[in-house]
Design a protein around this ligand. Structure first.
Ligand SMILES: C[S@@+](CC[C@H](N)C(=O)[O-])C[C@H]1O[C@@H](n2cnc3c(N)ncnc32)[C@H](O)[C@@H]1O
Length: 526
């Protein structure tokens, strides 16, 4: 795992860490441009170099002006105030085709529920800055039109309804996208070498799945996975990102001459945006703590249903949650009845793990609202069980190579660490004794889950066949609010063949790299 560089709030410094890392990883060189500042919505005309229409012959003769007026976008010659080509802002989309070239498309009226695009023009700007300013103005005007369009007769303005907004609290979503809108947090993920390196290897080892294919990057963040896909020969990549990170991604991608033509950054939620074509393959990193935290897997599945061709590929393809009972007296003294995020020694597990599989290619979005997992283990030792340890892995089921990304204890540590659900009371078990129970997880509106855990020690020895329960312990835990246990050295007993301090030394390294940022970086357990 890469040791994090000293943190800085200076965007330029963050950007250079970011690009150094990308360059090392993917040997991609990026030009860093100044960070954009927010622009206010103001009536504005844009002079563009030229426009050419896709479906109608003939184009306006230069100089061409693009005008935002009320709920319309008009393109026409400077002298023609009516405009030669008119788009309704409520149903048109703008795509970046290059640093100074864009595509504006409007939807046909919704005939068979399947949306199609009736009209499009390519716009050639005079330079990149003007292109960026135009895109920013377009976003602002679209927002304005959406709000106006949802004015209710009584004068109350409703926010635009979407599948995402219906099930997620606005305050949670706001914090969530604010968090991901900061380079510091994207950097934290990029620097997880196990994570980013696994994606890089999975994509590049399976070029055949990307070459000449249309790719959608679901929750593109900095755009790193889009760059990998483009590097693997994708025909076109649509990088969909809801947070302000989309603006940075746009800058970074348009600064990369070899790939910028192939990647279109689209700012918005995958639940809401429209794309001009279907995808052959989806790529995404939607995993949170315990795989399901953040509820982004639901967005991944929605993106599948909206954008993926039948039998299209998904990277990752499946995810598995692994669970095993553990014994940890030190942890229990420190905290009980809480989910805890840290890296633990796998020797604390008291039975082989069981797993629950989620197949991203076939799961329904609703399947992720609630999980009810029956638990059954056979203890390998006599001990006090303090709770259930959980981790996850995902599979990239490529046509050439199948690659797993694992967050298991004992494997190289990732920024997800592992999760342990600590019970309020331990249960006592003997070697060979059966431990049964249930993990019931219910999604809530704050983009996380309520965990209900029950573990029971079954009757053991004579009379065991009657199947009685000797002892039960239950807990209700909120996955949104785990205890991040990053700064406590954990004095695990050493096995004879292990060098003294070996574990502690490793932990010290992690502490150095994460101590200052732990509460912030892990607030949302990305
Ligand atoms: C875990 S990060 C991964 C970022 C990037 N793909 C990477 O691998 O470094 C998830 C990203 O998805 C974005 N995201 C989450 N839900 C989304 C949604 N419904 N629509 C669009 N973007 C979303 C977040 O803003 C965040 O940047």
């Amino acid at each position: 795992m890469a040791v994090a560089p000293p943190l800085s709030s200076d965007a330029g410094t963050e950007l250079s860490y970011f690009t150094n890392f990308i360059s090392r990883l993917g040997r991609i060189s990026l030009i860093i441009l100044t960070v954009m500042e927010n622009n206010k919505l103001k009536e504005q005309d844009f002079l563009v170099a030229s426009i050419s229409q896709l479906s109608i012959s003939g184009s306006a003769s230069p100089p061409v002006v693009a005008r935002f007026r009320s709920d319309s976008l008009l393109f026409g010659s400077e002298s023609d105030s009516e405009g030669a080509v008119q788009f309704d802002l409520s149903n048109c989309q703008l795509y970046k085709l290059g640093s100074a070239r864009s595509l504006c498309m409007s939807e046909a009226s919704d005939t068979n529920k399947e949306k199609s695009y009736s009209r499009g023009i390519t716009i050639e700007f005079r330079n990149e800055e003007e292109s960026t300013a135009f895109h920013r103005a377009f976003e602002q005007w679209k927002k304005e039109v959406a709000v106006q369009g949802s004015s209710l007769p009584n004068g109350i303005v409703s926010s635009s309804a979407s599948k995402f907004d219906d099930k997620i609290e606005a305050s949670s979503a706001k914090m969530y996208f604010h968090y991901y809108g900061q380079l510091l947090h994207q950097q934290n993920m990029l620097q997880d070498y196990v994570r980013t390196g696994s994606y890089y290897a999975a994509v590049l080892e399976n070029r055949i799945d990307f070459t000449d294919r249309v790719v959608v990057d679901v929750g593109a963040g900095s755009g790193i996975l889009s760059l990998f896909a483009a590097q693997a020969g994708a025909k076109h990549v649509y990088a969909v990102e809801a947070s302000d990170m989309a603006d940075y991604a746009n800058k970074l991608i348009s600064g990369n001459p070899s790939f910028s033509e192939k990647i279109t950054v689209i700012k918005g939620k995958v639940e809401d945006v429209e794309l001009p074509e279907k995808a052959d393959i989806l790529i995404s990193e939607p995993m949170g703590t315990l795989l399901i935290n953040e509820r982004m897997l639901e967005s991944y599945i929605i993106a599948r249903d909206r954008f993926l061709v039948p039998k299209g590929k998904m990277f990752p393809t499946i995810g598995r949650i692994h669970m095993a009972p553990f014994s940890d007296e030190y942890l229990y003294i420190e905290i009980a009845n809480k989910p805890v995020v840290d890296a633990f020694d796998p020797r604390l597990l008291v039975a082989p793990a069981i797993s629950h599989v989620i197949d991203f290619t076939s799961a329904k979005e609703e399947d992720l609202y609630e999980f009810d997992i029956p638990l059954r283990f056979v203890s390998s030792t006599g001990t006090r069980v303090h709770g259930l340890a959980c981790w996850f892995d995902v599979l990239f089921d490529g046509s050439t190579v199948q690659r797993w990304l694992t967050t298991a204890p004992g494997a190289p540590t990732t920024h997800w660490y592992q999760l342990r659900c600590v019970l309020a009371q331990p249960i006592y078990v003997m070697p060979g004794q059966e431990i049964t129970g249930r993990l019931h997880m219910v999604a809530h509106k704050a983009q996380s889950y309520t965990l209900n855990l029950t573990l029971s020690a079954k009757m053991w020895g004579p009379g065991a066949e009657q199947g009685g329960i000797l002892q039960t312990s239950s807990g209700k835990l909120d996955l949104k609010e785990p205890y991040y246990r990053m700064s406590q050295p954990q004095a695990y007993p050493m096995s004879q063949d292990q060098q003294p301090n070996q574990l502690l030394q490793t932990q010290d390294l992690q502490i150095q790299s994460h101590d200052e940022e732990a509460s912030d970086l892990l607030q949302q357990s990305m």
